[in-house]
Design a protein around this ligand. Structure first.
Ligand SMILES: Nc1ncnc2c1ncn2[C@@H]1O[C@H](COP(=O)(O)OP(=O)(O)OP(=O)(O)O)[C@@H](O)[C@H]1O
Length: 338
């Protein structure tokens, strides 16, 4: 297993900047997510780590040793792609055996390893089938078995769950986390699904527009995003501009004690679920819109001219036009400097 370090990786395609000074440190045996919207450079980063693409600048180190000049087959980093890329003319066991054959592993050893992998990914009885005879989840397990068979130092998963339905996604997500824990393999999971990243990884690197904007634990990223760009990636937010003077936040909605000791112009980030409709609220408002979604209700509330999105559990109903009070605990609110 390897620690992976990316140092100032840059990449351009046709003069368009794709990766811009990407720095990342993944500890040995850790599973992290590279999270970002489509086209932000995630797959390019994986390909550069695996050696399928050259960076224009920067370095990649496995256990403190540069691997830039090490050819793909010797790096020990394997990518499992979104569409699995199984060989259609090979059976399940031949697909799994493929890398071992390439590495000239002896036949008896290959057989043993294939058996072990089939057991691991629970594909007993499917050994002689061809990829077209398998379900999406089974194909994915073959792809993972094929990758693990050659005992890579680093496993790179590119949107591994995106072709699976919701139920299978959950099963495969757990399966991959189990494998990661069992083999303590260093893994990078590329995803654009924030929940997937929050649920599976010890750390998340949020990539936007070819740059890593924040790298931290799921809790840090969710609760303390470094910018509104990162915060927006984790769902809808309310932003309220104002100023903090001696701990008090002054805004269009009123003035509120914050417990902060800085002064200056700020932008408060208020999550819809942090707004509570209650008679004991500290801000008066009027319900402007309401969307019923079963166990949740989404409201738009006007508070002194500022419209706030609010999510409640579906237990209490308010009508459009109704005057209410909302409570926001400004001690727990994230403030960005402006
Ligand atoms: N070989 C290439 N030649 C030219 N442009 C490329 C090449 N590979 C990728 N790109 C461009 O680089 C950008 C980043 O692509 P990349 O596949 O890394 O994004 P991504 O974050 O993985 O996106 P997705 O989630 O949609 O797979 C895109 O604009 C893409 O069109």
């Amino acid at each position: 297993m390897s620690q992976i370090e990316l140092r100032n990786i840059c990449k351009k395609f046709e003069n368009k900047r794709i990766l811009h000074h990407v720095n990342l440190l993944v500890q040995e045996g850790e599973m992290i997510s590279l999270l970002g919207p489509s086209g932000c450079g995630k797959t390019t980063t994986l390909k550069i780590i695996a050696g399928l693409m050259e960076p224009d600048a920067g370095d990649i180190l496995f256990n403190d040793t540069s691997i830039l000049n090490i050819p793909v087959e010797k790096r020990g980093a394997i990518i499992v792609f979104q569409d699995y890329l199984l060989f259609p003319h090979l059976t399940v066991e031949e697909n799994i055996e493929f890398g071992l054959k390439m590495a000239k592993v002896k036949k008896s050893k290959r057989r043993e390893k294939v058996r072990e992998m089939i057991d691991l990914v629970q594909l007993e009885g499917h050994e002689k089938k061809y990829p077209k005879e398998l379900s999406g989840g089974q194909k994915q397990r073959v792809a993972i078995a094929r990758a693990l068979a050659i005992e890579p130092k680093v496993l790179l998963l590119d949107e591994p769950f995106s072709n699976l339905d919701t139920r299978l996604r959950e099963i495969m997500r757990e399966f991959i986390c189990d494998i990661q824990r069992k083999f303590k393999i260093t893994m990078i999971l590329v995803t654009h699904d924030k929940e997937e990243a929050l649920m599976t990884s010890s750390k998340i690197a949020v990539m936007l527009d070819g740059e890593i904007k924040q790298f931290g634990t799921p809790k840090e990223i969710y609760e303390r995003p470094v910018s509104s760009l990162v915060a927006d990636f984790f769902g809808e937010k309310n932003y309220v501009d104002g100023e903090i003077k001696e701990g008090i936040f002054y805004s269009i909605m009123g003035s509120f004690q914050t417990g902060l000791h800085k002064n200056g112009r700020v932008r408060a980030m208020i999550r819809p679920e942090e707004i509570e409709i209650t008679p004991k609220g500290n801000i008066a408002g009027i319900i402007k819109n309401k969307t019923y979604a079963g166990e949740k209700i989404y409201y738009i509330i006007d508070c002194n001219g500022k419209r706030l999105k609010c999510i409640t559990n579906g237990k209490t109903f308010y009508n459009i036009g109704e005057k209410i009070n909302v409570y926001i605990n400004f001690d727990n609110i994230v403030f960005f400097e402006r």
